[in-house]
Design a protein around this ligand. Structure first.
Ligand code: PEP
Ligand code: MG
Length: 381
């Protein structure tokens, strides 16, 4: 268990006085949330909700939800998932002790919760040949049909992010209600909660508008049921070039922006984030086609330009609109410098990168102050 030495803590405390950027953590369980606080995070900038469904006891229920053929069947599965999801959020809210928590609604394509197609095919073939277990065969065949139905050639550009919420609003509804019930329970224990609900992969303002209405509807329903209302905000990821380019429109429906520079890098370069590094990217870097890996260090020339446009257009609509970065770049030194320069409010990174991010953020503001005073000196001369 790494501990920060007293000297290093002193250095960090000094860095905290210098930096303008807040440093938040990407965390999706109470343990990581606690770690994040220990390392000095100002909140959670990205709580991915998908990992919560990967638990062995939950996967069968998630699969029931995906396989459901009727509305009732799906509602039944969602009813079982709601208290589990609520417990997840309660744990995180408690651990964060009143610091802001940005919860992102479900993002990955649904096939990620189902077994692999090839493996399933082998199992079905074996069962067919043995003929010994017709019930299991039927079940597996049904699963295989669904896996085939959900197959996409480019799943990362496919039915994921808010596109899930648009087509299956009941999934986002369940998650939003779980958040609101969790707020109520945690507040009852005397712990403050500052939830920020985040919609992923928005490309068009109408997607955000519709999802915002859905979340607010959940909020009203829960408020009516428990007789109390809570403050929360609703924002969006900016991770599709179109979202950055239309950020003035999107800002009309958003209380905050979080730039998802992983997806934004993928979609700006047109490089698959799951394949590029293992395929041609290393050779590109070795041969100096690219100066560095854009998934590790923010590409300021292209991806960064879209971030700049997003910041400018967003604040044109809403001056002071809160903005941060929650892609991997949020914990990388030169990318943090860029985030500072472009005027973001925070970076969010994995808990273990927080100390480094605090230092890098301080360095960024010292550097820009130095530049500023050299400039002033030159003007005087
Ligand atoms: C991103 O795209 O930068 C992001 C933070 O989201 P994820 O990595 O979960 O797609
Ligand atoms: Mg993303």
């Amino acid at each position: 268990e790494p501990q920060l030495s007293d000297e290093f803590q002193m250095l960090l405390a000094w860095a905290d006085q210098e930096r303008k950027l807040d440093v938040r953590a990407n965390a999706d369980n109470p343990e990581d949330a606690k770690k994040a606080l220990e390392f000095g995070a100002a909140g959670i900038g990205l709580c991915r909700t998908e990992h919560m469904f990967m638990d062995a006891t939950r996967v069968p229920i998630v699969q029931d939800m995906i396989l459901a053929e009727t509305y009732e069947e799906r509602e039944d599965a969602l009813k079982k998932l709601l208290p589990m999801q609520q417990e997840d959020f309660e744990g995180i809210f408690e651990a964060m002790q009143g610091n802001p928590v940005t919860i992102r609604l479900l993002d990955p394509p649904l096939h990620e919760f189902l077994p692999d197609k090839e493996e399933l095919l082998v199992e079905v073939t074996k069962l067919q040949m043995s003929g010994s277990n017709p019930d299991e065969l039927k079940e597996k065949e049904q699963l295989l049909r669904k896996v085939r139905q959900l197959h996409e050639f480019n799943p990362m550009l496919g039915h994921r992010g808010c596109r899930l919420g648009m087509i299956h609003p009941e999934i986002y509804m369940m998650q939003a209600k779980a958040i609101f019930y969790a707020i109520a329970n945690v507040k009852e224990k005397g712990i403050d909660v500052k939830p920020e609900i985040m919609i992923p992969l928005v490309g068009h303002v109408n997607e955000l508008k519709e999802m915002r209405e859905l979340v607010m509807k959940a909020g009203l329903q829960v408020a009516e049921e428990i007789g109390q209302q809570y403050d929360y905000s609703i924002g969006t990821m900016i991770e599709i070039p179109r979202a950055a380019l239309t950020a003035d429109r999107i800002a009309q429906e958003a209380d905050f922006f979080s730039f998802g520079t992983n997806d934004l890098t993928q979609t700006t370069f047109g490089y698959s984030r799951d394949d590029a590094e293992g395929k041609f990217l290393q050779s590109y870097i070795q041969n100096k086609v690219l100066p560095e890996n854009p998934f590790a260090t923010l590409d300021q020339e292209g991806v960064g330009k879209l971030v700049e446009i997003g910041v400018k257009l967003g604040r044109q609509t809403k001056p002071g609109l809160k903005m941060g970065v929650c892609g991997e770049h949020g914990g990388e030194k030169s990318s943090i410098q860029f985030c500072h320069d472009v005027g973001l409010d925070y970076v969010s990174c994995s808990p273990y990168r927080i100390p480094l991010a605090r230092l890098a953020a301080a360095q960024a503001s010292i550097k820009s102050e130095q530049k500023q005073s050299i400039h002033e000196l030159q003007v005087q001369i």
